[in-house]
Design a protein around this ligand. Structure first.
Ligand code: ZN
Ligand code: ZN
Length: 226
């Protein structure tokens, strides 16, 4: 198992501009510099997720093409946390019709997932087969949202086949929204792992990756804390 971002890189962050974070992109980037992050991805939820929760449109997505970092040297990518929608593996990869080449593949509750949770493994497998060349990693694949229905061994093996990474999600881990048995199964067989915050607040940006690394050390998956 190789952790692809052992240092000061965090690739799962939500903003208030495009989804359900509490801080603006500029607040996040400024604070990221202050706490020593060097590379981040702001990965707001896709349009299907936003619509399913009646999120109002706050900022026009097209403007990010004109955004530049005026605070520090933190490298910033704009990605999308893209929901799998059904067992065919259809995925919503846009915000306001604008796609990204930095896709975090996730599932959340129904909606935006359109079927019963017992189809969720097939949904993952089909989505990975269809879109593995676009997916940077699977976001919180061991979350409790679909109970025991995710066959994490089958999902991890397919990710390994296509060199897709899987995520250890700091926010979920620190708030007891992780199925720990599945997390341990995943970590014991996964080739590539990212450790990200999934922060929706500056507090989470500052603390929950560290929490995740301490957990991994305590459980013997890593020997030192990055
Ligand atoms: Zn969110
Ligand atoms: Zn998520």
């Amino acid at each position: 198992m190789e952790i692809l971002n052992p240092g000061n890189e965090d690739y799962h962050i939500h903003s208030i501009n495009y989804s359900d974070g509490l801080n603006t992109i500029d607040e996040i980037v400024k604070f990221a510099g202050e706490i020593g992050l060097t590379k981040i991805a702001i990965t707001d939820h896709d349009q299907a997720y936003l619509d399913s929760r009646n999120f109002p449109r706050k900022s026009y997505r097209g403007i990010i093409k004109r955004w530049q970092n005026v605070f520090n040297d933190v490298e910033v990518k704009f990605g999308i946390e893209a929901d799998i929608l059904n067992s065919k593996g259809d995925v919503c990869m846009d915000i306001q019709g604008e796609e990204s080449d930095f896709i975090v593949l996730s599932t959340h509750q129904n909606p935006p997932y359109q079927e019963d949770s017992n189809t969720i493994t097939q949904a993952y497998l089909n989505a990975i087969e269809r879109f593995h060349d676009k997916i940077k990693f699977l976001g919180h694949p061991c979350s409790v949202y679909h109970g025991d229905n995710v066959d994490i061994v089958a999902v991890t093996e397919l990710c390994n086949k296509y060199n897709v990474a899987l995520e250890v999600n700091g926010a979920n881990l620190s708030t007891n929204r992780t199925n720990l048995k599945k997390l341990h199964q995943m970590l014991s067989i996964a080739n590539f792992i990212y450790v990200n915050s999934d922060s929706h607040t500056l507090y989470e940006l500052k603390t929950v990756r560290k929490f995740a690394f301490e957990y991994l050390k305590e459980k013997g998956f890593i020997s030192n804390i990055f």
